[in-house]
Design a protein. Structure first.
Length: 196
């Protein structure tokens, strides 16, 4: 089971990214308590700009009992939407260290937000994902990639690490097609919330 930052924010009458870390942590606690299924948290950008802040946020998220969480490289600033790659890598390393310090069994997903942030540069996306894999991400995610060529390029670049694909609406690709491209996880993002 996975959370969606957009779906939860919309259910509270807010825009995606507008809820506080405390609100998200409360939501994660509620979900973990409500199900025996493992819960993967859309943990946005870790609710901090610097590595130390990300580490603290991740520690708090792990304490909720989530089985996994993702960290985005988005800044929340429309004028400069992505952290520089060195800063983004430092933030991912801090997340990995926080998970390891807590026992090391929480799954870490590194997200390259290029295609969501108005910077649809596949080469930069791949460079970021490869760096996130080296920084300790267990799985790589580039929401917004859609074509067979984009997906295949990302899968090949980060192998053998698994790739998560966003399929938030109608797609020409079937689940069989997606699996054949080498994708190992699929998310619907805010798709169900939009449909509701």
């Amino acid at each position: 089971m996975a959370t969606t930052s957009s779906g939860f924010a919309w259910s509270r009458g807010h825009a995606d990214g507008a809820l506080s870390r405390a609100q998200i942590l409360d939501h994660l606690r509620e979900l973990v308590a409500a199900t025996d299924l493992p819960v993967n948290a859309d943990f946005e950008n870790g609710f901090a700009a610097d590595a130390q802040g990300v580490a603290e946020s991740v520690r708090l998220a792990v304490e909720t009992g989530v089985a996994g969480l993702s960290i985005e490289d988005s800044t929340g600033n429309a004028a400069d939407p992505l952290f520089p790659i060195d800063v983004a890598v430092e933030r991912l390393r801090a997340a990995r260290k926080a998970i390891d310090a807590a026992g090391g069994d929480t799954y870490l997903v590194g997200r390259a937000e290029n295609f969501f942030a108005g910077r649809p540069d596949l080469d930069d996306t791949i460079a970021r994902l490869k760096a996130y894999a080296e920084a300790g991400a267990d799985c790589l995610y580039a929401p917004g990639i859609k074509t067979r060529e984009q997906i295949a390029a990302v899968v090949a670049a980060v192998a053998p690490k698994p790739v998560n694909l966003l399929v938030g609406g109608a797609s020409e690709l079937t689940m069989k097609d997606i699996a054949a491209l080498g994708v190992r996880r699929v998310s619907v993002g805010g798709g169900l919330a939009r449909a509701a």
